[in-house]
Design a protein around this ligand. Sequence first.
Ligand code: CP3
Length: 343
Amino acid sequence: MMTKTLLRALAGEALPTPPIWMMRQAGRYLPEYRATRAKAGDFLSLCYNPELAAEVTLQPIRRFGFDAAILFADILLIPQALGADLWFVTGEGPRLSTITSATGVAALRPADAIHDKLSPIYETVRILSRELPAETALIGFAGAPWTVATYMIAGRGTPDQGPAHAFKQADRAAFSALIDRITEATILYLSAQIEAGAEVVKIFDSWAGSLKGADFDDFAVAPARRIIEALKQRHPDIPVIAFPREAGQRYIGFARATGADCVALDNSVAADWAAEHVQIDGCVQGNLAPQHMVTGGPDLVAEAQRITRAFRGRPHIFNLGHGITPDADPDNVAAMIEAVRSA
Ligand code: CP3
């Protein structure tokens, strides 16, 4: 009997109260996270320390009793495992060595060389699958190839993914080879997470919304479909959540086109629209605006309940539309959970 509510929703069950978790639930808004991060040194040292990474993954579960834990790691560990330099500038974000030509793509390590670097991440998953409460599902994750490629090409986050679009325009063959290399590495990485104990995997395509027309089909839909097909061949019972952030109208049919068991909605999507056009194909996740975790009050309660009710009667996982921010108040998280459970 399947008892974890997250797995039941992903299997298509409509529950009276949706399972709840939050993107970036282990993060700087929690004093206990800041303390463990200080002990680890920097963010990457925390990612590669299985004991401490497991500890920060468990912190929000202990504090809030979320229905799912998400592995503590980062989508940019894949580029690093493929040979890119990676570092984080405090207060600014990630920096990577850039890829500017076909030569740069050709110099990357082969996909099956990633495990050397990433084996501590699999150890974190093993620790978590032992230590999580019996009712808490464990989610593994990776970045989608397009989103990961935007960072590998630009060497940093960019407002409009300009450098990645320019590279795609200038040398489509080299760009496609980069997408393929990331896709292959992602299949191996997620398979290893599943073999270590991840019960669900999520693919984060944070910049999917900047792909238009056929580019969306070629670089958001096709790589996700390829990853999901390969995972389903090896691990048919492991559900996949896809997050094509800011896909807008392209959320319609995304689950069918990729084989995802659930589509995660960002907070620019209206819940009643998504219930009608996206949730008809299966489970959806989302989609409270993260800003409510900062501002709180009656608006937070009203919004959380409106979303819960809009998706009621079909499978739904309650979440934010994007990650919780460092300035959020943990008391607002508790209020959000209470609002969803009493909706
Ligand atoms: O959700 C979770 O709690 C699991 C862990 C997780 C992190 N990053 C930890 C993290 C996950 C799933 C991610 C995904 C991720 N990482 C994405 C996709 C989702 C999204 O937010 O759009 C992206 C684009 C990244 C890349 C990344 N990592 C950026 C741009 C930054 C800097 C911005 C920031 O918030 O500081 C990070 C750093 C990062 N990843 C932090 C955490 C907790 C903050 C690091 C710190 O402690 O200083």
